[in-house]
Write a protein that binds this ligand. Sequence first.
Ligand code: 5HM
Length: 322
Amino acid sequence: VYNNFNEAYVSILEEVYYHAEFFNQPRGFSSREKLGMNFKLNNPTQRIVLNSLRKTNIVFNIAEALWYLTGKNDLDFISYYNKRMPDYSMDNKTLTGTAYGTKIFNFNNQKTNQWQNVKEVLRQDPDSKRAVIQIFNADELMIKNNLDVSCTLALQFMIREKQLHMVAYMRANDAFRGIVSDTFSFTFMQEFMARELGIEVGNYYHQVGTMHIYEPDNQWAQHVMRQQDQTNFEQPIMPNGNNWPMLTELMKYEKMLRLNELTVDWQFIKNTGLSDYWRQILALFSIYQMIHYHKNIDIQLFKHLWPIYQYLLVNKWPTQLS
Ligand code: 5HM
């Protein structure tokens, strides 16, 4: 049990690294693993890994969570934020297993909207144990040489004592890389759902079949585990209520920024209909555009970012932002 994910992260790494149960090579990749691992977070809104040596990419983390919430599966979107993503695509256009958004909002041939279903179930019976979003699909194992089989099996939402708790079930989780973005996205969706339902965010539970560290990450993982300095920031809280209109407006600008069709400064951001929390994300996307397309960084815009975002950007892109 941990208060926040920053604490949990290093402790899980240590557990897998120093107390591995098995050393093996699934699909030829050398790794060490521990089976049946789980952890609980008391404050799932405190979801960002701040360890300076880990160099969290906050822009990718947020983009991936929003990519899920918009129900998309396009490689163009997500590979702009993470250049490793094309490795998982079979057709160079879409992602299948990893595009959880399509699973959530358009599951299978019936195109089931599971987000809507979960909300309905919880409204009808707040004590329900049926509010499950299924991700892994049995057919994924029938695709020959599938590069991208969902690592996440399901997400379960439960209202208990007026708080929204969530359990994430994963068949496999990379304890060094994947876990950082997965925990971020899942707790982000938990918070998004809680705000939409108008109830408090409860606990987050993470359950994993095999938790592993790949051998090429060993050295970097060791540095991260030895990092002593305890950077700490209070992490942003999403506004209460229905955040869908904010998300829709934000994603309009996101697309233009990504395609380099728009430049956005602080004045522009202030004139949008976005609230502070979503303005900050638009500002992050705008700074990322400048980094991605090698433009001059807008210092005024950077200065309007919250301290935690300033820290994460400078830590990740020190040369561009010095
Ligand atoms: O051979 P396998 O399909 O399990 O390889 C996928 C790798 O990506 C595993 O190491 C898995 O733990 C990691 N992964 C992750 O940690 C993949 C996804 C994509 O679904 C994810 N988290 N979200």
